[in-house]
Design a protein. Structure first.
Length: 374
């Protein structure tokens, strides 16, 4: 009994420590195990990592099951997954030479920071942290441009920040953590100008949650032949494959060759055959992604409407998470919500404390709102 109590306390302290340094909860125990250790009636509700709560497509599950007997083989020795790059290229209307596959988009962002490190980086603040944080760790000067009053990228100020020493510009659209977007026309104009001076990397992790015409990708600029545009995509969000780690970048073939010859040399090899098989199957099951998008929208709309009724003013969200000011909340909101078995993110910004809560299932969001009301 004593050892169980010590373990429970260790798990909770680990969770608090992870949230305190801005990372999602990580533990050797699975989420179900964590829920049992915390002893909640409903289990631990993870609304901190912007995961898709509806799971991978049925076809993706079957693809993993069908390939499990070949898991002792390397990817290049399994004929069925050797076509992935071609299938992915066809899906996005490019050639295989335009593609680099990576173990999640996070690793692509990390490697891009290292590849384009000879100069400064221009990005927004706040933004998704992997690329700018990696740049800071290796000594790259990072120019962080505040979002405008609507929590949207200030493209004019970002353009003005680019100078002769800028090696890379990073923009996350839809934006994380705010969930806002810039229009495709405005972003295209920005990318065309920025790419005249520096490599311009556009993170489109959440673009599949958008409706037309806002879901237009900057891949169109790559197709035009622009050598200074990199588009980063992932299977983690709408495809619900966060734990399977499949991402990719699309860029001009010459840019891909340059990346492959340097930090990205082994990125394709780092993605498992099972993950590739799941990704192949998921591409062929658009109905599952469509259903996830519809359920996300319903849960998001409910949460935003209820937060507004409670006196909060959430930033308009186009994603699977919601960002809102905590007004005069006196304590550590993430820590306090964790004590109620709900994982989310909170942070202090120049204009106050904010919460970023992922959109889970409708029942999970109702549990979140119930605790907010308390």
């Amino acid at each position: 009994m004593t050892s169980q109590l010590h373990r429970r306390e260790w798990l909770k302290q680990s969770a608090l420590a992870a949230l305190g340094v801005g990372f999602s909860l990580r533990s050797l125990a699975g989420e179900d195990q964590l829920a049992r250790e915390f002893g909640s009636e409903h289990g631990l509700i993870n609304l901190g990592s912007n995961e898709n709560p509806y799971g991978i497509a049925p076809g993706a599950k079957q693809a993993i099951a069908d390939l499990i007997s070949s898991a002792h083989r390397y990817q290049y020795n399994i004929p069925g997954v050797q076509t992935f790059k071609k299938e992915l290229a066809d899906y996005y209307g490019v050639t295989p030479e335009h593609l680099l596959v990576t173990p999640g988009s996070g690793e692509a962002l990390n490697l891009l920071a290292r590849h384009y490190s000879k100069g400064n980086l221009v990005t927004a603040t706040p933004t998704f942290g992997i690329l700018p944080n990696t740049a800071k760790k290796i000594g790259t000067t990072v120019k962080e441009i505040p979002l405008d009053k609507e929590k949207v990228h200030d493209l004019d100020l970002m353009l003005k920040a680019i100078d002769n020493e800028t090696s890379q510009v990073y923009i996350c659209n839809p934006a994380n953590p705010t969930g806002t977007i810039v229009s495709p026309a405005a972003l295209k104009s920005f990318c065309r100008e920025a790419s005249k001076k520096a490599m311009t990397s556009v993170d489109e992790a959440y673009i599949d949650f958008l409706d037309a015409p806002n879901n237009e990708s900057m891949i169109s600029l790559v197709k035009e032949g622009n050598r200074n545009i990199v588009v980063i995509r992932t299977f983690s969000k709408i495809h619900a494959m966060a734990g399977l780690r499949v991402g990719f970048i699309i860029a001009h073939p010459e840019t891909i060759q340059s990346l492959s010859a340097n930090y990205f040399g082994n990125s394709n090899f780092c993605v498992s055959a099972l993950s590739i098989a799941a990704a192949q199957a998921s591409l062929k099951d658009p109905n599952h992604s469509k259903l996830s998008k519809q359920k996300n929208e319903a849960a998001r709309n409910y949460t935003i409407k209820t937060l507004q009724e409670l006196g909060y003013n959430p930033v308009p969200s186009y994603t699977n998470f919601i960002y809102f000011n905590l007004k005069d909340y006196p304590g550590d909101f993430a820590k306090d919500m964790l004590a109620k078995n709900i994982i989310l993110r909170s942070s202090e910004q120049p204009d106050g404390k904010y919460c970023r809560v992922s959109v889970g299932t409708l029942d999970e969001m109702k549990s979140f709102i119930k605790e907010i009301k308390k």
